[in-house]
Structures are given as structure tokens and as C-alpha cells.
Unconditional design. Structure first.
Length: 238
């Protein structure tokens, strides 16, 4: 005869299982909570100011102490922002860099790197590239007339546009039309800078741009010395 099966109490079989199943929801709740906290910590550690995309933020936050390309990528990202017409973001970045006196490792001011990304079209520009670039910054000035950054960038662009017409050679290699265009574009830059000087926000790069104008207008050493002393008084560390 087959022995009768042993019948165990219900509690002796189901209780451990019930305890096991009961623990799973609690485990997942703790896991979800941990993930939420970790995500919050990452977001807090890496904010994205000035409404930048992740790609733009990454391009502006390379470690220049270890990456030799970080500064050039910074300038390229600024150039991309200009090309995309993101004037508000550019003003936000420039205002923060200027007011906080942000520096790269080694001492270069980030506001100067911003202007380096704005002062001319990238690579070797054609006449069409220059026209597009100047129209973009002029639209920035028109859209945000209180922006000191837009006006200084426009002035420096005109100086560089003049240098482009002059060419890189010695004085005796420059054509009459080259000298004429350099003079006209430098005069335009000076006018823009004089208008910018009346804005409530001031910028140390204004003096850099005006020194370039003084160079091409052949101002005497004494006048350029006065300009330099004004610049040092305004921001001696720039």
C-alpha cells in the first residue's frame, strides 16, 4: 500500500513565501528612491545654465587643464551659438563670465575667449562669409540694443574685416583699395565702440578693441598710453 501523504499546516508552507513576496515591493521602492536621488545629485552637480543644450554645455565645459582642445572647442561652441542666432544665451554666458571674472587654467579670461569666437567667421572666410557674420551680429545688436557684448563683438569684427582687406603682408604690399577698406572699416568700429561706451554695462574687452582702432588710425604713443592707463584703471587684471 502507498503511504498516505503527510498534510502540513497551511501556515508552515505559505508563511515563508508570503514573507518573501512581501519583501520584493519594498526592495523595488528603495531601488526607485535611490535612482531618483542619484539623478537629482547628477542634475545638481552638472547644471545647464543659460538654456543650453547638452552638446553646447559640454562644448563650454571641457577641462582646459588636461585637454589641449578645450579652449578651441569653447570658442567654436560660441561661434555655433552665434550662427544659430542664440543671442540671449550668448549674452547670458558673457554676462556671467564677465561679472564673475571666470578664468581658464593659466589665467586667460573666458570673456576674451567668447569674443574670440565672435570676432570673425571660422576658418578662412570668403566675402559672403563676412557679410553673413556681420549681418548676424548686427541683428544681435538690433534685437538686444543694451548688449555691450554684441556691440564690442561687432566692432572687433569690423576691425578684423579691415585687416582681411589689408592682407597680412608688409605695408608696401597693400593696395590702395586695401588701405581704403581698412580705414573705412576701422572708422566703423570706432563709431560702434563710442556708442557702446554709453551703455550701463562696461566690458574690459572694449579697451582691447579700441587699442586695435588706435593702432590702425595711427594715433600717437601718448594717446595710446592714455587709453592703456584707462584700461588698467578699469580692470587691472585683464
Amino acid at each position: 500500500m502507498r503511504p498516505n501523504p503527510v498534510t502540513l499546516p497551511v501556515s508552515s508552507v505559505s508563511l515563508p513565501r508570503l514573507r518573501c513576496f512581501h519583501s520584493f515591493p519594498m526592495f523595488f521602492l528603495f531601488l526607485i528612491a535611490a535612482c531618483v536621488l542619484a539623478t537629482a545629485d547628477v542634475s545638481k552637480a552638472k547644471p545647464s545654465p543659460c538654456s543650453l543644450s547638452d552638446t553646447e554645455f559640454a562644448g563650454l565645459n571641457g577641462d582646459a587643464s588636461t585637454d589641449v582642445h578645450a579652449r578651441s572647442e569653447y570658442q567654436e561652441t560660441i561661434s555655433v551659438l552665434l550662427k544659430a542666432g542664440k543671442f540671449e544665451q550668448l549674452d547670458c554666458l558673457a554676462d556671467a563670465a564677465r561679472s564673475h571674472k571666470e578664468l581658464f587654467p593659466g589665467g586667460m579670461w573666458k570673456i576674451h575667449a567668447i569674443y574670440s569666437g565672435l570676432e570673425k567667421p571660422p576658418l578662412h572666410p570668403t566675402e559672403e562669409d563676412w557679410n553673413t557674420h556681420l549681418e548676424l551680429i548686427q541683428r544681435w545688436v538690433s534685437t538686444r540694443p543694451e548688449s555691450i557684448t554684441a556691440r564690442v563683438a561687432l566692432a572687433e569684427s569690423y576691425v578684423n574685416y579691415g585687416e582681411d582687406a589689408r592682407g597680412p603682408g608688409f605695408a608696401d604690399t597693400v593696395s590702395n583699395s586695401g588701405w581704403k577698406l581698412l580705414s573705412e572699416r576701422t572708422a566703423k568700429a570706432k563709431q560702434i565702440l563710442e556708442e557702446a561706451s554709453t551703455l550701463p554695462t562696461k566690458c574690459p574687452e572694449w579697451y582691447v578693441a579700441m587699442q586695435k582702432v588706435a593702432l590702425y588710425e595711427s594715433l600717437g604713443p601718448s594717446a595710446r598710453q592714455v587709453l592703456l592707463e584707462q584700461a588698467i584703471k578699469f580692470e587691472p587684471a585683464y
